[in-house]
Ligand binder design. Structure first.
Ligand code: 13P
Length: 253
């Protein structure tokens, strides 16, 4: 039995946009996505622009996600932000385990095993990012890497909570490179991820949304978003301009 999953198109701004720039963007985006049906839309600004974007999107269809958070409720973790700090702002969710956080800031699967349930417990929607490097794919290690990341990331999540988790498949070799995964590669990995979730619960796996990320543009979005196991996109560069981001949203609707 196939389950209808509402696609999610999320723009990960990374370290881009001051509050002023974010305001300018959102005024351009809101009218462009106001009529898109059957798709959820999210922006993921830097911490500094979260409050402004929550305020500016209130009553609209655009959700606001943070880009990372700490697993602890509070403590001596200079520079970090807790789930409660995000929910107080009315933030909808949080990206966890983006490959840039893993590679450049030492985020581990062990920490992510705590972050995913911490986000859920606080009422945030986690977008758990997974994906292989170029070398891992060349070596035939893609499935092993994905299995490890998914098993760890979901290890402390209750089965009933699994449908609230969004998983983003982001092959690292496709991020910011203009080298998009082929539709075959994207479907194969997304299907494999769903099968891994099914190892935890076959029923819940049908409800989990699996996004594709890595050089998604208005020109390639439609074919990627049409894949049976791809339920949306996590967009970097093309989410920085309202026009190109809105075109990707339109491709999902
Ligand atoms: P690009 O769309 O710029 O390749 O970035 C993808 C990404 O990392 C989204 O999280």
């Amino acid at each position: 039995m196939s389950v209808a999953r509402t696609p999610l198109v999320a723009g990960n701004w990374k370290m881009h946009k001051t509050v002023t720039e974010a305001e300018e963007f959102i005024q351009g985006l809101l009218p462009r996505v106001s009529t898109s049906e059957g798709v959820e839309v999210a922006i993921c600004p830097a911490f500094t622009a979260l409050q402004a974007m929550v305020d500016s999107t209130r009553g609209s269809r655009v959700q606001v996600f943070a880009q990372t958070m700490h697993q602890a409720g509070h403590g001596a973790f200079t520079g970090e932000v807790s789930a409660a700090m995000l929910t107080e702002l009315d933030v909808h969710g949080v990206i966890l385990g983006h490959s840039e956080r893993r590679e450049l800031f030492g985020e581990t699967d062990k920490a992510l095993a705590l972050k995913v349930p911490a986000a859920l417990e606080a009422g945030l929607v986690p977008i758990l990012c997974v994906g292989e490097t170029d070398e891992e794919r060349e070596r035939g290690d893609t499935e092993r890497k994905l299995r490890h990341q998914i098993q760890e990331g979901l290890s402390k999540v209750q089965a009933a909570e699994i449908p609230r988790v969004v998983i983003a498949y982001e092959p690292i070799w496709a991020i910011g490179t203009g080298k998009v995964a082929s539709v075959e590669q994207a479907q194969e990995a997304a299907g494999f991820i769903r099968a891994l979730v099914a190892d935890r619960s076959a029923e819940q796996a049908e409800h989990v949304r699996v996004l594709y990320g890595g050089s998604v543009k208005a020109q390639n979005a439609r074919e990627l978003l049409a894949l049976p196991d791809v339920d949306g996109a996590l967009v970097g560069g093309a989410s920085l301009e309202a026009e190109s981001f809105a075109a990707i949203v339109a491709a999902a609707g």
